[in-house]
Design a protein around this ligand. Structure first.
Ligand SMILES: *[C@@H]1O[C@H](CO)[C@@H](O)[C@H](O)[C@H]1NC(C)=O
Ligand SMILES: *[C@@H]1O[C@H](CO)[C@@H](O)[C@H](O)[C@H]1NC(C)=O
Length: 304
């Protein structure tokens, strides 16, 4: 164990500076200031393939994309598996503006966090389907309420914001939107709903009566897989300063190491490199010799 540790330190010394020799690490562990960990990734082949097209890193900015638009990612809570995004087109206490709404892609591995509250603003009380009881109902004739009456205080607080009160809208045009299904196929199409804007927030920040300080944005949950198990191979990879990714015809797991190489386990040189020949198959006894040799080569090349 001690040997493994000391040789690892030696290897780190060599490989930390190796980018001048071999290719740089393809997958980054941050996007700008945002730490990036599994299942998210900074590019093709990084993170989990299911998440790749939905969350991307462009010019140091992490972006969440759905068919309704692109949304900056404000924060990721890796412990509780929540991603916080903002919609620049939504209304807040500080600013009202027309919006088209928000929707998740049906195949996206995300769902709404329970804390997310959507409030529809400036809805047409005569033509909006949210005020009709059965025209839009799923179960034939029975009333499916889409506005939560217990949420009325939320409407009053929002409509008391200067930006909104200036518009002099009757409070009846506000709706705390609670359709039956806030699942992945959730669609808030404001044109269909006949509302000119919406507001979303995920926290009162301790002060329900102070809408200026509410946390505006959308909180989304994600799962690793059906059982929501964090893959053990990825945990090992991240512990060794690697970044989890995928490759090959079957999108199998790879660990992208700081030296740019990919392994099938971790970056502690515990197993063979999948891209190299058996030459790269390290036997513990040879580590010190190999590392010294590598260090010499590196020193030679880098001093030129
Ligand atoms: C390692 O994996 C990453 C991500 O899949 C890929 O972009 C890169 O080309 C791979 N590097 C090597 C040396 O195979
Ligand atoms: C409503 O009920 C009628 C008669 O029971 C039925 O023919 C119709 O298909 C139902 N519509 C929906 C949307 O379930």
């Amino acid at each position: 164990m001690m040997f493994k540790h000391s040789s690892f330190t030696l290897f780190s010394l060599v490989f930390i500076s190796i980018p001048c020799l071999i290719s740089a690490q393809a997958c980054q562990n941050s996007c700008g200031k945002m730490p990036i960990r599994y299942p998210f990734g900074t590019g093709l082949g990084c993170g989990d393939p299911r998440f790749q097209k939905h969350v991307t890193c462009n010019q140091d900015k992490l972006t969440f994309t759905t068919h309704t638009g692109c949304y900056p990612v404000n924060n990721i809570d890796y412990t509780n598996q929540v991603i916080y995004i903002s919609d620049p087109s939504m209304s807040t206490c500080a600013c009202t503006q027309p919006s088209k709404g928000f929707g998740l892609d049906w195949d996206a591995p995300f769902s709404f966090h329970d804390d997310t509250v959507f409030t529809l603003l400036d809805c047409s009380t005569t033509s909006s389907p949210i005020y009709k009881t059965n025209s839009n109902s799923y179960n034939n004739g029975t009333v499916v309420p889409q506005c939560d009456r217990t949420g009325a205080p939320i409407c009053s607080f929002l409509y008391s914001c200067q930006a909104i009160s200036m518009l002099n809208l009757p409070i009846s045009t506000c709706c705390v939107y609670t359709p039956v299904d806030l699942g992945p196929s959730f669609e808030m199409d404001l044109q269909k709903l006949q509302c000119s804007s919406y507001s979303g927030f995920y926290s009162f920040d301790g002060q329900e009566a102070n809408p200026e300080n509410w946390k505006y944005g959308i909180a989304l949950k994600y799962k690793f897989n059906v059982y929501n198990d964090y893959p053990g191979s990825c945990a090992d990879c991240e512990r060794s300063n690697g970044v989890c990714g995928y490759g090959g015809a079957y999108n199998t797991f790879i660990c992208n190491c700081p030296n740019g190489l990919n392994t099938t386990s971790d970056c502690f040189f515990g197993s063979s490199y999948n891209h190299g020949s058996s030459l790269l198959q390290w036997q513990t006894g040879n580590w010190v010799i190999y590392s010294s040799a590598l260090f010499l080569v590196w020193a030679l090349l880098c001093s030129v």
